[in-house]
Design a protein around this ligand. Sequence first.
Ligand code: CA
Length: 438
Amino acid sequence: MSIGPDSTHDPKLRSWVRSANLPGCDFPIQNLPLGVFRRSGRGENFRCGVAIGDSVLDLGALDMLTPFGGLGAEALAACAEPSLNRLMALGRPAWVALRRGLSECLREGAPQAAQIATALIPQSEAEFTLPARIGNYTDFYTSIHHATAVGRIFRPDQPLLPNYKWVPIAYHGRASSIGVSGQQVLRPRGQIMPRGAERPQLAASGRLDFELEVGVLIGSGNRLGAPIPIAQAEEHVFGLCLLNDWSARDIQPWEYQPLGPFLAKSFATTISPWVVTLEALAPYRLPWSRPADDPQPLPYLDCAQLRAGGALDLKLEVALETAAMRAGGTGPQRLARTNFRHSYWSIAQMVAHHTVNGCNLESGDLLGSGTQSGPAPEEAGSLLELTQGGARPLQLPGGETRTFLEDGDRVILRGWCERPGCARIGFGEASGSVLAAA
Ligand code: CA
């Protein structure tokens, strides 16, 4: 089943939910991202919802109105649960049927509009939890610009290791400490080797950083021992979210060799509440290519679909709001902007590589893209790069400076897709705040 633009992507579609039609809205009717929510402060159960304009359509309540038949009804019935896992496991035909049904009942002139309006809740009255039960989390390293810039700081003599252009590098991350936007992140303590010292000390990290990443949520998994061929890889992907892989840059260099990141990363990861489905992203695909001078991927990481449309034109941004900015009401300051299109490895390559040894992906598994940095220095997705390892502090409005994050800082990730002739769709945000070490 190919994922191409269809009538649900028509830029002329408008919703009877008026806020969805406003210019710049992240959640027009062409988007329809899914998440898990409840109304705040009422002791309700979490259930699945879809974002439309400034509201959430309660899919549990919508199911009671039995608006769909067939596969769409089956998909909607799976949404009364406190996670998207059951829907995710149903597979792409069910996701497509649900999207079509939601698009039809939310568009202007839908005959059921008045009835369905009873299942709308303002997003401002909602609280969110993780969109899925995430059993496993793997973090990749797909931006060659990030890998090179970081390599230059840690290993000036050999910034890019020889395996990089052949293997989609990753490590197994920690699923238990993944939180949803709004997460409060306790500054971690860990073993740190001060420069010039003879022995390490246990201390609170003084070099706390963010990483601007794209999260990939697996829909239907694969059996142990049955790799997913690259041509089918995207059939297993439910959708994307924003992901901040908080990182302690002073714990990391001391612990990472030879087995990779451990406690420098496992204390917190923040994702956005809304999952933008791969169907919604169909109009923003780009051909995937590799520079002619670079090694071309091994056959199991290459296919015609990848070359035709395996990359995504997804704009990404990170902003910082310090305690002083909050107190002064100045609002967050943008630190960097980049695009997922610069990624050296694609989503399909991540999935195909992850399973080539027979490893089984499960419904709800999360893959991080790795920090996304573009070719220009100001397109970097971490403070480590933006401040050149802390050597060049960033100047902030109000006279503040930052090398790494301070207590009270709030980091906000945003993402959106726009293209002439298409609707603009957004991811909302993934934000998290730094609290003083315990
Ligand atoms: Ca990372």
